[in-house]
Design a protein around this ligand. Sequence first.
Ligand SMILES: CC(C)CCC[C@@H](C)[C@H]1CC[C@H]2[C@@H]3CC=C4C[C@@H](O)CC[C@]4(C)[C@H]3CC[C@]12C
Length: 969
Amino acid sequence: MKTKHPFALIGDIRWLLVDACSGKDMSQSGKHANDTLHENKRERRRGAAGRAAALRRAPSDSDCSGETASLSADSGDRIVKPQVAPPRSGKSRSRRRGSEWEVLEGLKDGQRFEKRPDVFNGYLHKKRKWPLKGWHKRFFVVDGGILVYARSPADVARGRLHGSVDVGLSVISAKARRRRIDIDADEFIYHLRAKTPDVFRTWLSVLKAHRLYRQHLLTFGARESAPKINAPLDDPAATDTSSRLVSPTTATIRGPQFVSGTPGGRLASWIIESGGPLENASRELGQAQLSVQQLQRLLDALEMQQQVHHDTDVSLDGASPNVKKDRRKFGLRKKKSNSKCASIELTASHIDPSNSHMALSALTAPPSPGGGASSIPNSAASLPIACAAARPQSLPGAEAFGPTAGPASISSLTPDHQLREDFTVLAKDLVASLKTIVATMVCERSRLRAAMEAADSNGSAGGSVVSALRTNLTSALQQNSGAVAELRSRLSRIHLASDIAEIGSVGPADAVNRPFQQSLSYSSSCVSASEFFDAEEHEDDDLKHEEIIAADESGVIELDGDSSSEAGSLSSEEGSASSDNSEGATGTGEVRARAGGWSRRTRLPAPRPAAAAPTVWNLLYKNIGKDLSQISMPVTINEPLNMLQRLCEELEYSELLDAAAECGSPVERMSLVAAFAVSAYAASAHRAASKPFNPLLAETYECIRDDRGFRFIAEQVSHHPPISACHAESSRWCFWQEARIKTKFWGKSMEFQPTGRVHVRLKTTGDHYTWNKVTTCVHNLFGGQRWVDQYGDMHIACVGADITCKLNFVKASSWSSSRHEVRGSVSGAHNVRLGGRWSEGLHAGDPPAARPLWRPGAMPPDHELYYGFTRFAMELNELEPGMRELLPHTDTRLRPDQRALEEGDVEAAEQLKHELEQAQRERRRARPDHAPAWFRKTASGGEETWQFAGEYWAARDSGFPNLSAPRIW
Ligand SMILES: CC(C)CCC[C@@H](C)[C@H]1CC[C@H]2[C@@H]3CC=C4C[C@@H](O)CC[C@]4(C)[C@H]3CC[C@]12C
């Protein structure tokens, strides 16, 4: 089998995605697309040659051979002149459509890079963390393939690092013309810019060398210890905890090496495919273990707080000797902090080592070599303690928490109820992550079983290999389930020990019954790391440097939303919407019996196919050597819904609009509209694994929900760029929007930015609300477990009225408790604060007086196996009895490939999808000008929008007599 080195594939993946996602759909748009593609390929060959040449003159042989070559953006005279050819900066179209981004190549198959490049450092400008604009001058040091940065060399020396990244595992792209280097480390994307072309070239060559060296280390596992990530440079405590946690990326990389030495077959492919999920599961387990420890410590903190309360009532002198002893034992003292809250410090040396061992290692352990341990913003970060755990390397002023620094500051203590909330959040996260692990194991078990059966029935000579594998797997599964059981039992012990009544069992059933308030972490006392970063960067003293570089330097690939590419794994993604979508539950997901005894389905006809979602890696392995444009992307990365239906899905919580329409107070109305706007994002929490079908041009989708009192119609009005327009109405309101989605691909993550505004008009009051959409980002595209984040500012206006609402969807960081958080306020006659999480609910006002506005329904049982769909999502593609005759032939429900996928017939789905897309291409050639049937383009205020022409429903009543829309299937 011809293989290609995995690192070399990273560049290809970029290619693949750019091509595949560019909306050109390769063959889809005929000649133009083909031309671009060929140009791309030519460009790529040239680029590769250039890069190879550059590599031959790697910087380790160059002038930068001193102990530490130094570089300053300010003083040109200290610049070390590299002998490296500048990266191509031709004007031709390149892989990043129209720009000149060069993606650094990885280690090729068989290639080695043993010589450790010199440590290198210097200043670069780093784009400020979202949402702030501008650039900061930062001091970077790359050593052994790990790049770290801080504000100044002194800060680096003191270990006050702002961040670090494994350049071997990142996708690095560079643009010479702008002196830009972007490093996509999955969790973070660093946008860097060099002051001069020389500085740029030097850094690029240095990074290339360090990257290859690091990849060499990862591949050939050099004896020398892997560099630590996220650890202060001079941190003497070389904890080995990290080696236990395997990064998913590392795991992925192992795949092809194994395969190249093994005959193919399903078993081998299982081994490749399961690498990511299993490693992820084991990483999650490690994380879960930390969470359990943190729960324990939180519980301790709670207990201590009770004692503090006690002490305030009873003077210390009068306190029982035990209390005094305990307080001494914990080195407990009240301390004033900058924050509003008092803080309690625990002195590490006073903590009972048997209890604190894990937690302390949590405080000191760096994440896994691949940054894996931190690649998912995890529950572990929900707590003050967790923040402390993450701070040592990441936050200014955190050095005191360092492993050798003595006092491990545990938490800035917060009011009791906040600790309880934190406990609940963490416990819930823990349960969610355990469930994910179990789901992964279950899924992998069945896939392995299938693979083994196939191997057995082949009666292949590999019998002994198979049985060895079987034994290994069984023991791995046992170990893992043992660990899960252990974690569960520890968790339940913690629950028993805690007297936090409202937490109770954290199973889904309880989650349903849990009062709204408790499902939210209103105002964790823990300032999240992201807040911290932002605050810190705000006060930065080199503000004057900030705007030195134009702010529009995003350097992204702008793609149409027609991404029809890469694949996913089966693993369900993190996210914790609790609720009542589950069977038998009441409320939004209730089974609504219809006239005639028909009731809506509560389950899809078939679970997601087991062969679902080979990763892009695997896809590439199977197609190595082939022209990438020939690879057809499997339908298994799709979910059996399309974008039109996803727009309808945003009406899942339409009762919020009903309530707004009935509400007398403008501020309250705005709050309810805000809750509705946020609720549109809830579904995404469980849906990172697959993408919706791209609607064909002229495809329509209607949804009449008498039970919910609305009817909805959507149409695909443009194909290039893809635009879906929709309109819904009830007796109380109208809702309309169009989805035109800009996609930006960063290497390991993909951002989706819908443009255009959403509109709601309340018929009762005449209020017309409009708002923008925030960005959705799918992280970890190639790891086992993708996850979704949504961030940005949303402004809701009420046309002609003096009331607005601003909401900020907080960007997740693995160290913050602000995952999925939404904060904002309504400003009108009076102001109301809003807060919550897009996956958990929104509340108005400040706790404890906060009022719930919305909470998502519970996920149905086994939702992981059914694409992460809610009940409402499952119902969207259901063909009600008698409906077929009433629908126009363009309705999505009649689309055969999507239906086949829904029914689990992957082969048919694949074949049909291919045919439909082919037919669409032909139609496009024959009739390039297509006029949508139900929506008209209008220009309002210089902006083109698509307005519903209003004829659909009348036409439907008369059986669509004059439907001119083409037959699209
Ligand atoms: C399979 C892998 C590679 C990619 C998966 C991409 C999925 C998760 C992406 C592709 C397009 C995205 C959608 C684009 C637009 C919107 C509209 C917005 O109002 C809510 C989010 C929503 C609905 C996004 C959810 C996430 C989404 C469905």
